[in-house]
Design a protein around this ligand. Structure first.
Ligand SMILES: NC(=O)c1ccc[n+]([C@@H]2O[C@H](COP(=O)([O-])OP(=O)(O)OC[C@H]3O[C@@H](n4cnc5c(N)ncnc54)[C@H](O)[C@@H]3O)[C@@H](O)[C@H]2O)c1
Length: 338
């Protein structure tokens, strides 16, 4: 059996950082492929010794030849593809969003196809964001695993296209894949994107700043560490076509989320509020088929909020919890300490 060598695209992002950490802790060689160069999310959750175990390969997912070279130069066997622009960035620049999210994903499949035999299934993140509230089963109000998507934004259209790309790369070229669809990922490093504000609220609470979460209702929360472990399990699964799974997690109302932070972060009571409107995506999501990938971890959300608060407290004690880096808006003059 060939020894595993992973390449993670979008490795400097939130989920990427947790994926690198898990692989380094397992002692598996891993290459971080990202357009960015700022390792701050990695530094928040990894020791300098762990960081030294990562090989960095700066690159742009829209450049097929560069990606191809990275796979070849590092003799990669497993690819986890996370590089993407999130909802607000696709909305701000749809052509760029399509190049990164759609063409970038085609490039990943093409580069893996060129490497030929011996590659693990391509693992990539789809998104529940490709569904609209009307896509739920009217009888149960749940999103079925086989629901037909009607995306409500560019990002969702691109994520839907990627599942088609995966299907055709298997049908035409036999490239196997596993797509995982998260909903609301949280944990250290989740500082940007439409569903980031529940995590930003934890940082704001520790900074002692008032903060308004951008939505209400309930959503399905996934802890970034659990997502990372699930992606790695998917990468190690037997090739079986172009499979796609909804991710499980913790269904929590935003009111309960705020109550949990208030309980876990002393002095934060009353600082957090939320917009009333729920996210424009289904909240109740079927995910039973995920068990096909083996045991899937789901950290209880209070434990994961506590773990996140611990990371932020450690950063704050070192003078490294910077509001602007965590997505916390600068305090207004009325909120600033006198
Ligand atoms: N966070 C969530 O709640 C959530 C939910 C559903 C799906 N997803 C998907 O999971 C993946 C990772 O999400 P995240 O929260 O870690 O995102 P993130 O925004 O934190 O990280 C994305 C990373 O991709 C990199 N990137 C952007 N353009 C690139 C390019 N052209 N070439 C190489 N790298 C590039 C960025 O530099 C960044 O480091 C994305 O595909 C996202 O759409 C996330």
């Amino acid at each position: 059996m060939t020894a595993e060598r992973f390449l993670v695209t979008g490795a400097l992002g939130c989920i990427g950082a947790w994926t690198l950490r898990q692989l380094v802790r397992e002692g598996v060689p891993v290459v971080a492929f990202d357009l960015g160069t700022n390792p701050r999310r990695l530094e928040q959750i990894m020791t300098p010794g762990e960081l030294a175990g990562v090989t960095f390969a700066a690159g742009d997912i829209t450049d097929l030849d560069g990606l191809d070279r990275a796979l070849g130069d590092h003799a990669i066997t497993n690819v986890i593809h996370l590089a993407a622009l999130q909802v607000p960035f696709c909305r701000a620049d749809p052509p760029l969003g399509a190049r990164v999210n759609v063409v970038g994903t085609v490039n990943v499949f093409e580069a893996v196809k060129r490497r030929g035999e011996g590659m693990a299934p391509v693992v990539y993140t789809g998104s529940i964001g490709m569904f609209s509230p009307g896509d739920v089963d009217p009888a149960t109000n749940r999103l079925r695993e086989d629901a037909e998507p009607h995306p409500g934004n560019h990002y969702g259209v691109y994520k839907h296209a990627n599942e088609g790309t995966a299907r055709i790369y298997f049908a035409d070229s036999g490239v196997p894949s596993v797509g995982l669809r998260p909903m609301t990922v949280y944990g250290a490093g989740r500082d940007q994107g439409m569903t980031s504000s529940p995590t930003v609220a934890i940082a704001a609470a520790i900074l002692g700043q008032p903060f308004r979460i951008a939505f209400g209702g309930s959503t399905l929360f996934q802890y970034a560490e659990d997502v990372a472990r699930t992606l790695i399990a998917a990468s190690r699964s037997e090739p079986a076509g172009a499979r796609v799974f909804n991710l499980g997690g913790s269904p929590v109302s935003i009111g309960d989320w705020i109550a949990a932070i208030e309980e876990l972060v002393p002095g934060s009571a009353g600082l957090m509020t939320h917009e009333p409107a729920p996210l424009p995506f289904p909240a109740d999501i079927e995910h039973d088929r995920l068990a096909e990938l083996g045991p899937i971890p789901v950290t209880p959300y209070r434990d994961a909020i506590a773990a996140t608060a611990e990371i932020f407290n450690r950063l704050a004690a070192a003078g490294k919890l910077v509001g602007a880096e965590q997505g916390v808006p600068a305090p207004t003059p009325a909120q600033a300490p006198a």
